[in-house]
Design a protein around this ligand. Structure first.
Ligand code: AMP
Length: 273
């Protein structure tokens, strides 16, 4: 596995690449969720590039940028053992300069739900993803459905800015007990982790309601809020795949989203129905 730390070097390295390139952008502290993206990319591409970059511009003031888990050596090993061909490991100064050009998330879709909890977060996400895609120039880029709004906005950016990369959505990987894997789970105490299981329970209950034919969004959301109580709920919402809130679940075109804060840790999850 080749490890490269500057955009210039990576562009040079991939300049004459004629094979298909699959790209997985990450912020490190890799887990099985990241590995699912890597393995999918390996199945579908001849060359696999992973980036590990803790992007400062997507963190708001007072968020966890400083304490975000760092596992550089373990991450390198995971990438190597997963068959990654190139690991891109830049510093913030390699990616950002002064007086920067940056992208703005759409005024509606970028500022509802997680965008409302974290105003401006998606500007940072779109800007860094654009930079990374321009550096790697992949055939396909892989993103987790767990970050559904991020995935939606990146797909929208690629479409609206007429970019040629194909965005591939990968299913959420969970622990056996249902907790969605996340680098931020490392912040949870054993008791908080137990409380966090209510998220998966609420989503399972919502799915069961839909399977019984209950499609009314308010009824489903109320039931989920009861299960999640007394956790601090940022939002529970039902949207279609365009991220427009809907009053009735449309099978094959809906996402039920939850964000809760457990002991100061923001946890996201969702189910695609
Ligand atoms: P992050 O390092 O948190 O920025 O995540 C990098 C990529 O991994 C994003 O596309 C995430 O959506 C994806 N990802 C994170 N957790 C999971 C998971 N549990 N299952 C599948 N994909 C995930």
């Amino acid at each position: 596995m080749k490890i490269i730390s500057t955009p210039f070097e990576l562009k040079e390295y991939l300049k004459n690449e004629k094979r298909t390139v699959g790209f997985i952008p990450t912020m490190g502290a890799l887990h099985e969720g990241h590995r699912a993206l890597i393995l999918r990319a390996k199945e579908e591409n001849e060359v696999v590039v992973v980036s590990i970059f803790l992007n400062p511009t997507q963190f708001l003031k007072g968020e966890d940028l400083e304490k975000y888990p760092k596992k550089d050596e373990a991450d390198k090993l995971i990438c190597k053992l997963s068959g990654v061909d190139v690991l891109f490991f830049p510093q913030a100064s390699d990616i950002y300069g002064e007086d920067e050009v940056s992208l703005l998330a759409p005024k509606v879709r970028g500022y509802i739900l997680e965008g409302e909890s974290r105003p401006g977060h998606f500007n940072g996400v779109l800007t860094v993803v654009m930079k990374l895609l321009n550096i790697v120039n992949p055939t396909r880029a892989y993103f987790g459905k767990k970050d559904a709004q991020q995935l939606n906005l990146i797909t929208l950016m690629v479409k609206q800015l007429f970019m040629s990369v194909t965005i591939v959505a990968v299913d959420t990987v969970r622990e056996k007990d249902g907790l969605a894997l996340s680098s931020r789970n490392a912040y949870l105490s054993p008791q908080e982790r137990q409380e966090a299981l209510k998220i998966a329970t609420s989503l399972r209950s919502a799915t069961a309601m839909v399977m019984r034919g209950v499609l009314d969004a308010n009824t489903i959301v109320e039931n989920m809020r009861e299960i999640l109580a007394p956790l601090e709920i940022s939002y529970v919402a039902i949207v279609n795949r365009e991220f427009v809130q809907i009053s009735h679940v449309e099978l094959g075109n809906s996402i039920i989203l939850v964000e809760v804060v457990v002991g100061g840790t923001r946890l996201l999850d969702n189910i695609w129905l």
